[in-house]
Design a protein around this ligand. Structure first.
Ligand code: GLN
Length: 276
């Protein structure tokens, strides 16, 4: 049974609660919640109203909106997300753009994503480059389930193999990969507590924690990447703030050649590109 929320009281109530809860875009978020839980609003059923209230409560606990809604836009697609994967960030889109520029016009190429998570990087690349194959690796079985669903959503699942293992235990033919892309965990362990609640409480630790100095994953990947890459192959690495230079040095020590570092839209050196 529908009733009419003719005064639009519910909407105003939600906005006020979000303002009070310190949420930065209360009107936008209210409209997103209503669109998801009560698509015919201001017509609304009792159960829809309860659903709206439940979503509001989760948001007031600083759960990110995309994890409440279960979806997040990234690059050109909408990805399923949940508590098992890092929320895709706009900062990471630059890595996808740079990868696609390097892959343009190429066929029979294999791109590997180390720590694929939701799949936003590799699957966006596969979607834009129809002649390319992908391999996604993740230590989290739950994250791989999300990646698998997203591969189906984007209709690239036939070109994407998924492997549930640590990148240190990868069994892949030597020099068989044309490009590696990765957004590994890079926050220093003791800094995690200083992050926004949205991040520290809702993004998986395993996707954030880069060890004592934040460089643990970069050092591990630098150990394996030269072996995996074909001669002339590339690795594109997401860098945390002020990490790009040292990342370049870590990989150069293993014999790769620094091509360039690319800034994100916020002016941060975000993507480090090296070549074998
Ligand atoms: N970019 C994320 C953040 O700033 C961290 C992602 C990562 O560790 N790879 O919170």
């Amino acid at each position: 049974m529908f009733k009419q929320d003719s005064q639009r009281n519910l909407r105003e109530e939600l906005i006020a609660a979000l303002i009070k809860g310190g949420i930065r875009s209360p009107r936008l978020e209210t409209d997103i919640i209503l669109k998801q839980a009560a698509p015919r609003y201001p017509q609304i059923t009792q159960s829809e109203q309860e659903q709206v209230k439940a979503m509001l409560q989760r948001r007031l606990n600083h759960e990110p909106l995309d994890k409440i809604i279960g979806e997040r836009e990234f690059y050109k697609s909408v990805f399923k997300v949940n508590q098992d994967v890092l929320t895709p960030r706009p900062d990471t889109e630059i890595l996808v753009e740079e990868a696609i520029k390097l892959l343009e016009g190429r066929e029979d190429v294999v791109v590997m994503d180390l720590g694929i998570g939701s799949g936003c990087i590799l699957l966006s690349i596969l979607k834009d480059c129809p002649d390319i194959k992908g391999i996604g690796v993740d230590i989290s079985e739950k994250a791989l389930k999300v990646a698998q669903e997203n591969a189906q959503r984007l209709e690239v699942e036939k070109r994407c193999a998924l492997k549930n293992c640590s990148w240190l235990q990868l069994e892949i033919e030597k020099e068989s990969i044309d490009m590696i892309v990765t957004n590994p965990p890079y926050i220093a362990s003791q800094e995690i507590e200083t992050l926004d609640e949205e991040v520290k409480n809702y993004d998986p630790r395993v996707a954030l924690d880069g060890g004592e100095d934040g460089y643990k994953s970069y050092k591990e990947i630098a150990q394996i990447a030269p072996n995996l890459l074909k001669r002339g192959g590339y690795i594109l690495i997401e860098a945390g703030i002020r990490q790009a230079q040292k990342i370049g040095e870590i990989f150069e020590k293993e014999g790769l050649i620094l091509e360039k570092t690319v800034k994100d839209l916020g002016g941060i050196n975000r993507c480090v590109i090296l070549k074998k």
